[in-house]
Design a protein around this ligand. Sequence first.
Ligand SMILES: [Zn+2]
Length: 254
Amino acid sequence: MGDLTDQQLRRYARQLVVPQIDVEGQLLLRDAHVLIVGVGGLGVPMAQYLAGAGVGHIRIVDDDRIALSNLSRQIAFSERDIGELKVEVLAKRICAANDDISVEPCAARFNQLTAEELLRDIDLVLDGTDSMQARLDIDRATYSRQIPWIMGAAVQISGQWSAFDPERHQGCYHCLIADPGSTETASCAELGILGPVVGLVSLHQAILALRYLVGDDLPWGRLHMLDAWSGGLQTLEILAREECALCRHDTGQH
Ligand SMILES: [Zn+2]
């Protein structure tokens, strides 16, 4: 791991003086590889802020094209981008702002078939999907490879996020949605979403990602729930379930 260049020292000057980052953290960010699954209202700000912070290798995956109804919250996109692939446009915007990092656009969907390729060399996965099935796929594929991931979801004025440790010692997404109190059923396409709410969730995910990448320990297995209208935040501990189809099932065999 070499030193920061003069250009990097200038580019990251403001965060290098933040004690939680420092030169050591900046070098860790520079060498990090993250995968962002889905570049909608969550994935776009996450990608932009992680790129801005100097995360060196960012792979983005989404097979969607930009639509007019995206523009209220996917703030990297403009009207002339409508109809273009999200990953292609976002990669261009990010590279225009920071040519010091590498962005790899993948016009695909994350599923059991594509996981092997998409997770190659990845240290951390960030969820920007709007789909429980996609999250179940992320949970399963990252668990078998012992990669941590950070989930995020938002509808209307409510958001939630959670970080899952590589070995799921603190429970997994399968544990979470097996909870009878789990509220996660409908997507924002059905119920609607207020733009800044996904923005807030995505930036909490981005902070957790930066913390993890600089070597900080995360609040694993905790579900953070935000009412963005009132600003109220609640945190629940996820119950790691003995009968979980994913994490407990395997633990019994070790
Ligand atoms: Zn589990």
